[in-house]
Design a protein around this ligand. Structure first.
Ligand SMILES: NC(=O)c1ccc[n+]([C@@H]2O[C@H](COP(=O)([O-])OP(=O)(O)OC[C@H]3O[C@@H](n4cnc5c(N)ncnc54)[C@H](OP(=O)(O)O)[C@@H]3O)[C@@H](O)[C@H]2O)c1
Length: 338
């Protein structure tokens, strides 16, 4: 492919300017089976060459391992990359579906110090609250996050899986640059409350799992049969048993459109997500995750695909037909509280 760099867009009113597609780095250390460190490092370098500047991690990914793994890459390219990490969540290794969530000030203070140490940087460019603990007022959590900005430990603030009203309450305390939530052809629940609030407030949307955790690429069809025993997707209701078979059939219109564009299924899924910027009049920076340089090239190429009105109409009914929720326990998501 020609190595022209992808266009850029700003996260929020005064957030950083980033390439219009970011890179999800979670799978490099966590959740999606065996990894190859050299291949992951090559993926990071290739992404940067193509203009991908927003790199997404979290303290929860491999209990700090993902931040440590990314640190040398970030340090080698400190002025070119926008580092996004998160606090609030820990996942007991022996209970992959359990979520331990903390939003209180003492927890945030120790979490940011631990992330700064693992990343070995002076400041985090974009610091997200990963999950909401409804026992702590959002205003209190964001006030602590705002203190971190004033102290220079963090440059911009983000929130993940918040509802529209939680986003409004947060923005009243401190500007929020981005909301990160699941958004794809299979997961559109955020369009009810979160997306309208983000548009109204000028907050950017950073869709995670824009490839439906790989299912929308056609690279696996049934998590129980196709993925390793430790793969998190085996715990997600829509990827197993009868649900998986029902959902695999929903890829047919995506396949038809992919053929017309001489593109892959994943590229069409990404083109749909990026089109939501126009549909909803807001900044949308998807962060597809991959550990392979050829796939990052493929994914970045999707930024040039424009879907026709007829194609968008063909894709429109898919999400409503998806069998099974995106998590086994939806109470940890914005949809579970909306
Ligand atoms: N805020 C949150 O709560 C939250 C939750 C989940 C994820 N995230 C973030 O969002 C990022 C992206 O989400 P995700 O990784 O869950 O899901 P995703 O981006 O929808 O899909 C990732 C999966 O698709 C595969 N893939 C990527 N490009 C491909 C291609 N061109 N062809 C075929 N397969 C391809 C990847 O495999 P390979 O890696 O083997 O290429 C991986 O298994 C994560 O890395 C993480 O940083 C945030």
């Amino acid at each position: 492919m020609t190595d022209h760099r992808i266009p850029t867009a700003r996260l929020g009113a005064d957030g950083p300017e980033v390439g219009v597609q970011g890179l999800g780095c979670m799978g490099m250390s966590f959740a999606y089976g065996p990894t190859d460190a050299d291949e992951s490092r090559a993926t990071l370098e290739r992404a940067l060459e193509l203009g991908v500047t927003l790199y997404d991690t979290a303290d929860a990914y491999g209990a700090g391992e993902n931040e440590k793994f990314l640190s040398p890459f970030f340090k080698a390219h400190r002025d070119e990359v926008v580092i996004a990490t998160k606090f609030a969540l820990s996942i007991p290794p022996d209970e992959p579906t359990r979520r331990v969530i903390r939003n209180d000030t003492p927890y945030i203070r120790q979490a940011v110090e631990a992330s700064l140490k693992r990343l070995d940087v002076d400041a985090i460019d974009l610091y997200y609250m990963h999950r909401r603990d409804p026992n702590v007022p959002i205003e209190e959590t964001v006030a602590t996050m705002a203190d971190l900005v004033r102290e220079g430990k963090v440059k911009h603030l983000g929130l993940s899986e918040v509802t529209g009203s939680e986003l409004r309450a947060a923005q009243a305390v401190h500007p929020i640059a981005a909301v990160q939530s699941e958004w794809s052809l299979f997961s559109r629940d955020i369009e009810t409350g979160v997306v309208p609030a983000a548009r109204e407030l000028g907050v950017a949307l950073v869709p995670y799992s824009p490839l439906g955790r790989g299912f929308l690429t056609g690279s696996f069809a049934d998590a129980d049969k196709d993925l390793t025993a430790d793969d998190f997707r085996r715990h997600q209701p829509r990827f197993t048993g009868d649900n998986a078979a029902t959902n695999a059939a929903l890829l047919d219109p995506i396949r038809t459109i992919a053929e017309a564009h001489d593109a892959s299924l994943g590229q069409i899924a990404l083109a749909w997500v990026q089109h939501q910027a126009q549909t909803h009049d807001l900044t949308v920076i998807p962060i597809p995750g991959t550990r392979k340089p050829t796939r990052v090239e493929e994914n970045v190429k999707a930024t040039a695909i424009v879907l026709t009105e007829a194609e968008l109409a063909l894709l429109e009914p898919i999400a409503a037909k998806v069998a099974g929720d995106r998590y086994a326990d939806m109470t940890f998501t914005s949809a579970g509280r909306e």
